[in-house]
Design a protein around this ligand. Structure first.
Ligand SMILES: [Zn+2]
Length: 330
């Protein structure tokens, strides 16, 4: 069973005790932690009160920099990872109007390189994650056309591997998190034609381990966060039924802290807000534990939040049959 009340309490405790939040998450991740926590509350129908929302929004706006981007905490340099979390959090709280659209769009446009790739910040690191974060931020703001979408998609295509997966950059090995970012970005760019769907879905479904949990790369241990990265990729490719959703949800539930709330990466580890979000998001995507199938796999926001900014996503079809996994030549 999903300990909904405990998880809501777990997140509220973090939100109300910033020092606790900082001790659990390092300070530079605070902006991301706010987004993960708010998403859990949204998925569990327990959004903060108006006063609390205003307070959180005030903190988010205190992380805004003159370049138009957002830092992970006040006085920290802007980075696309935190800029996206700030925008997503503002959507959840119903305060997107407080984000200065023009300056944030300018900031993101400035991160794109001539080859279509994106830097994470002014220091220039390149990673396929940043293409997704940039496309998603702009898509939420209705400004996807501000960047060179064609070269962004072509750059992702260059990062495609022989196994159908995608890596961190060109010639990097396929990895579950990176695959999600590339498939998500291509979905937002309306360029899923670049994906070899069956080949990639086979690779993704092979990430389900004997204990039901998903892992990020071959021969790795399962980790609850891949219940989002791998699962949402399969959902975007419309191949959710290629894994056993029953086995995966049993694994996620096994990683809960039934006393203090929260979900950890693996059974009996310490719970954190990151894995709590990805576990509950995975359960929502599968429609397990009486959760509404309300999270959009490309936007990582609920249909409620998306509808509030005029984006209507069709509901994803429920997996009807569980795949009986056939191993090649066995
Ligand atoms: Zn993890």
């Amino acid at each position: 069973m999903l300990h909904k009340e405990k998880h809501v309490q777990f997140v509220h405790k973090l939100m109300h005790a910033p020092e606790t939040l900082e001790s659990i998450m390092t300070e530079h991740l605070k902006m991301n932690a706010i987004y993960w926590g708010l998403s859990v509350l949204d998925l569990l129908d327990s959004l903060p009160s108006k006063e609390e929302s205003d307070e959180i929004m005030k903190w988010i706006m205190s992380c805004r920099n003159r370049d138009g981007g957002f830092g992970g905490a006040p006085m920290h340099d802007s980075h696309i990872l935190y800029t996206l979390s700030a925008i997503q959090s503002a959507v959840i709280l119903g305060h997107l109007d407080q984000i200065d659209c023009d300056s944030v769009v300018n900031y993101i446009v400035g991160l794109q390189k001539p080859d279509g790739s994106f830097m994470g910040d002014k220091f220039g690191e390149i990673d396929t994650r940043f293409v997704y974060c940039s496309c998603l931020s702009l898509s939420i703001l209705g400004k996807l056309d501000a960047i060179n979408q064609k070269s962004a998609a072509e750059y992702i295509e260059k990062c495609k591997n022989w196994d159908g997966g995608f890596g961190q950059k060109e010639s990097s090995e396929s990895h579950g998190g990176q695959i999600f970012c590339c498939v998500g970005a291509l979905s937002l760019l309306n360029r899923l034609d670049i994906v070899e769907k069956d080949k990639l879905a086979w690779w993704l479904s092979e990430r389900q381990t004997s204990v039901g949990g998903l892992c990020g790369r071959p021969e790795k241990d399962p980790d609850v966060c891949y219940s989002w990265w791998i699962l949402s990729s399969l959902a975007i490719l419309d191949r959710l039924k290629w894994i056993s959703c029953d086995a995966l949800s049993a694994f996620i539930l096994h990683c809960q802290d039934p006393e203090n709330g929260g979900i950890s990466d693996a059974p009996d580890n310490v719970a954190d807000v990151y894995h709590t979000f990805f576990g509950i998001a995975g359960l929502s995507l599968m429609g397990k534990c009486d959760l509404k199938r309300t999270i959009d796999p490309s936007y990582a926001l609920t249909h409620r939040a998306l509808e509030s900014i005029g984006i209507n996503k069709e509901k994803i079809s429920l997996p009807k049959v569980e795949k009986i996994k056939e191993k090649k030549d066995e």
